[in-house]
Design a protein around this ligand. Structure first.
Ligand code: MN
Length: 721
């Protein structure tokens, strides 16, 4: 105990030593009669775990949780006692670690391992839980020799698949390297032994080489007039192993067995050192990496370059600032080191740098906010649960056993009658949580999913499958039900179903809602797969659209017609008794001109057509239609313009007839817009003219002149000869 506290004091952190020694006492007492596989007292494990955490610079709560991380799980000490004696924060940390520990892995495939890593992150609501778990695992790995061989293999594999990548993700390289090297030692003992032998054989030579390099480099850097530190660096075994395996290389083909690291104070110094290095030794093209300008996603920053030494053997140099170095060693844990550690004038700069690196806009004064920001957003809307066989299933958050069942197989979903979570029966709308072991109870007698399940299921996968089933299983019943439901709903919303529901419209709605036909739509309404309000919304929308289109069409006709037929129509020149703003047109059968006796006829949908009172179309109308007559009169004060009308001249067929007719028009300043002349079998000829005149007097004048022409038999209005 004294040793532990003394050691903690050397770390120069602002720890609450009173609380920590209290935690030590509890852990010591509770684990009293327990021993590790090595025969040592159990307390060594939590103490070593706490030490690792303290070395990382973690805060008081984390160190305490490290000391107590096994008491709730392995002793009579309860969570309540923990909270009472050490506070809620410590209790939550220990609880988190316990939960992670209860997960049983059967890591078989890559995807599974990836899911497990995600689940770990998702489950660690407080990132410190993960850091404690890593420290716990690190000490267990350091002492793994005492485990039975099959357990060793299992733990080592798990370490490589889950824990080392997590350490990497958090930028905690020291822990990652150590975990990997221990795992490698046990998983590939021959390789490991061979490698360490080879490395040891040349150790002296290599150390000598490194010392020469360090000496030469020091002399050069002294001239730069900067503060620096040069360290020899041993490459860890696992990365050598990976290089040899992945790139199929021999040990002596690996460049960076010889490696040194230069630490300086500023980023500018980093590049200055790089310049010096590249003038002293020839760099290997393509081996320079600027992780300062482009940091890795786990916050790592450094300059890497590989150069050829004097004897032609390549070696790697890493150049970074002290700040970058701390981040590289401790990763995310550096945050607590800065927070609780000895105040230094560098602290502000460091934190600012960390913030910037992680691109967090949020103020990170509060460590829970910091951890929230760290917790990968990606996982916040997912939940990871287990099958009884240990397979990880990923579902949307707030999923239920029904979602789980359908994710396994639609047959499992359709036959689901209940569920167990961690061995206990739960209702089927129970919300799944990360790490739950879910077991689905099925029955061959199950009646299948009900409409209510659509409300319970959260995943679209489950909902689609439920809908499919409901659709198939009772179609005709659902169709009838859907029809009457829609009818009632429309009435309740104050619409008239007969007006709103039209076959074509319903067809459009069905298409809109991805139903293959109207029957499908009704059936879907019947079993609750489609919301009534959605259907009505579309119906009303289409109804409005159609109405608007019709109005638009009407308006187009209104705008279009007068323009086209202006010559024939005198809308401004006619007054309709008792009605303003009504469409008026002059009928083409009799072409009335101002001064003619006229009568209006109310047409179906095309306003009032104006005829001459003596027009045969009017006089021959059946009695029952006469109710549609309306009084109209010329209104020439309003508008004076020309009208077109037809006049036909019947005459003896003779030369010069047409030129005489046109001469009269010319004399009277009447413009001819159309003419049709023909010779008849009885030696007569007729000339039908369309002329522009301004009133009835003018046409009378014109007709009088025509009648006075030589050989003329008859002159009349209209174009029928
Ligand atoms: Mn432990």
């Amino acid at each position: 105990m004294n040793n532990f506290l003394e050691y903690l004091k050397t770390l120069n952190q602002n720890y609450d030593f009173e609380a920590i020694s209290k935690a030590y006492e509890v852990a010591d007492k509770m684990h009293k009669n327990q021993f590790r596989k090595s025969g040592e007292p159990y307390i060594i494990h939590p103490v070593e775990t706490a030490k690792i955490l303290a070395e990382l610079g973690m805060d008081t709560q984390t160190v305490i949780a490290g000391l107590l991380h096994d008491v709730v799980e392995d002793t009579d000490y309860t969570e309540e006692q923990l909270e009472e004696n050490f506070g809620k924060e410590v209790a939550l940390l220990v609880d988190g670690v316990t939960k992670l520990g209860s997960l049983v892995f059967e890591t078989k495939e890559e995807a599974q391992a990836e899911n497990l890593r995600k689940m770990f992150l998702a489950m660690s609501k407080d990132i410190r839980v993960l850091i404690i778990k890593l420290a716990d695992r690190l000490h267990n790995m350091r002492t793994i020799d005492f485990m039975p061989p099959n357990k060793i293999k299992e733990k080592c594999k798990e370490t490589l698949e889950i824990y080392a990548p997590l350490a990497n993700r958090l930028g905690m390289f020291n822990i990652k390297f150590e975990l990997e090297d221990i795992a490698l030692k046990h998983l590939e003992p021959e390789f490991y032994a061979d490698l360490s032998m080879q490395i040891n054989q040349r150790k002296e030579q290599r150390e000598e080489n490194i010392n020469v390099i360090i000496k030469e480099l020091s002399e050069a850097l002294d001239k730069l007039n900067i503060k620096y530190e040069i360290k020899g660096r041993s490459k860890h075994f696992y990365s050598i192993y990976k290089k040899m395996r992945d790139k199929n290389k021999q040990l002596d083909e690996i460049f960076d067995l010889l490696a040194i690291r230069v630490l300086v104070e500023t980023v500018r110094d980093c590049y200055a050192v790089l310049g010096t290095v590249h003038t002293m030794w020839r760099p290997i093209p393509g081996r320079f990496k600027d992780y300062i300008a482009m940091p890795k996603s786990n916050m790592y920053q450094s300059l890497h370059t590989t150069v050829f030494g004097k004897d032609g053997s390549p070696f790697e140099i890493q150049i970074r600032t002290y700040q970058m170095h701390e981040i590289a060693e401790f990763g995310i844990a550096a945050h607590w080191k800065y927070k609780e550690g000895v105040k230094s004038d560098r602290e502000e700069g460091k934190l600012a740098w960390l913030r910037q690196t992680l691109e967090w806009n949020k103020d990170m004064d509060d460590s829970s906010e910091f951890m929230e920001a760290l917790k990968v957003d990606l996982f916040s809307n997912q939940v990871f649960v287990f099958t009884p066989a240990g397979k990880v299933i990923e579902l949307p958050s707030s999923s239920t056993p029904i979602d789980f069942a359908y994710k396994i197989h639609s047959a499992v979903g359709n036959k689901c009658i209940g569920a167990k979570i961690n061995g206990k029966m739960v209702p089927i709308d129970h919300r799944l949580e990360n790490g739950n072991i879910v077991e689905i109870i099925t029955s061959a007698n199950s009646k299948g999913p009900s409409v209510d399940w659509l409300k319970i299921a959260k995943s679209s996968n489950a909902r689609n499958k439920i809908r499919q089933w409901l659709k198939k299983e009772n179609k005709s019943e659902n169709v009838e039900k859907g029809k009457s439901m829609l009818d009632r709903y429309i009435r309740r919303k104050g619409y008239d179903p007969q007006q709103i529901i039209k076959l074509q419209r319903i067809n459009r709605v069905a298409k809109e809602l991805n139903c293959s036909n109207t029957e499908d739509l009704y059936s879907s309404l019947g079993y609750g797969g489609t919301m009534l309000s959605k259907v009505l919304d579309f119906l009303v929308k289409f109804y409005d659209e159609e109405k608007k289109n019709e109005q638009k069409k009407q308006k187009e006709i209104k705008n279009f017609e007068p323009k086209q037929k202006a010559k024939h129509e005198a809308t401004g020149g006619i007054r309709v008794k008792g009605i303003d703003n009504i469409l008026v047109r002059l009928s083409k059968c009799c072409n009335p001109v101002p001064g003619d006796n006229i009568i209006g006829f109310i047409t179906k949908g095309r306003g009032v057509s104006v005829h001459r009172s003596d027009c045969t179309n009017i006089t021959s109308l059946p009695e029952e239609e006469k109710g549609r007559f309306i009084e109209v009169e010329w209104d020439l004060e309003k508008e004076f313009r020309s009208f077109e009308t037809d006049v036909t001249v019947l005459s003896e067929d003779r030369k010069g007839l047409f030129s005489d007719v046109s001469k009269i028009c010319e004399d009277m300043d009447v413009h001819i817009t159309g003419v049709m002349a023909k010779s008849n079998s009885d030696n007569t000829a007729s000339v039908a003219l369309t002329v522009q005149i301004s009133n009835v007097n003018q046409i009378a004048q014109l007709m009088k002149r025509f009648k006075s022409m030589r050989g003329v038999i008859d002159v009349h209005r209209g174009n029928n000869s």
